[in-house]
Design a binder for this molecule. Structure first.
Ligand SMILES: [Cu+2]
Length: 216
């Protein structure tokens, strides 16, 4: 009950005048070979109304950890204004950086006792790498909407409590040539949206072989 009351007041204060009738956006994504698409970030932006206000800077956080010389997660979606924390859980040091336009940053060599973070204050794609380990790669998708999620291994995702109305739906994955876009109408009776996406091969660089067992 408390949650519902809170939600309604949020919608009202967000100025979404059509917003009291909520629907659910359900997306199911497959590639050209009918294989479920995991790690697909899906977000929607209202075409007729304003977005709800952004969270206060630094009040929302997300984590991209470095563990076993990989970033985890590989793909993560966050809303504009989110503080992303980069903890190093390895014994070795990492040098985390991004050259992207929305968030250019550099976190020089750091070990586990230092917790560094970056506030993602611009929407866009933020590829993150490590200067020491070329294969380490993570994508932070910063979206200017509170309605976002990413698909699991089943290729499905759902965005609950979306005010009725027209929206632009966008979807991104590292294997897409460009962001998929389409217009949708949300109502309490909306059907699930089936996406068929043409994916390129997975270009992830495989880890360098370890020295273990190689005789040096
Ligand atoms: Cu590294």
């Amino acid at each position: 009950m408390h949650f519902k009351a809170f939600l309604v007041s949020l919608l009202v204060s967000g100025g979404l005048n059509s917003g009291l009738i909520a629907g659910e956006v359900v997306v199911s994504a497959r590639d050209q070979n009918a294989v479920a698409v995991a790690d697909l970030v899906v977000w929607i932006t209202p075409l007729e109304t304003d977005l709800p206000p952004l969270p206060a800077p630094g009040s929302v956080s997300a984590t991209v950890k470095q563990q076993d010389e990989e970033f985890d997660p590989y793909v993560i979606a966050v809303r504009t204004g989110t503080e992303v924390v980069f903890p190093n859980l390895d014994d070795v040091q990492h040098h985390v950086y991004s050259l992207s336009r929305p968030a250019k940053f550099d976190i020089p060599l750091h070990g586990g006792n230092q917790v560094e973070s970056v506030i993602m204050d611009q929407a866009g794609l933020v590829p993150v790498g490590c200067n020491i380990h070329d294969w380490m790669l993570s994508y932070i998708v910063v979206v200017d909407s509170p309605w976002f999620a990413q698909t699991s291994e089943t290729g499905e995702v759902s965005l609950p409590d979306v005010p009725a109305g027209r929206y632009k739906l966008e979807a991104w994955n590292p294997r897409l040539r460009k962001t998929h876009e389409q217009e949708i109408t949300v109502s309490p009776a909306s059907d699930a949206i089936e996406l068929e996406l043409r994916l390129r091969p997975d270009r992830r660089i495989r880890r360098a072989p370890t020295a273990n067992g190689k005789g040096y």
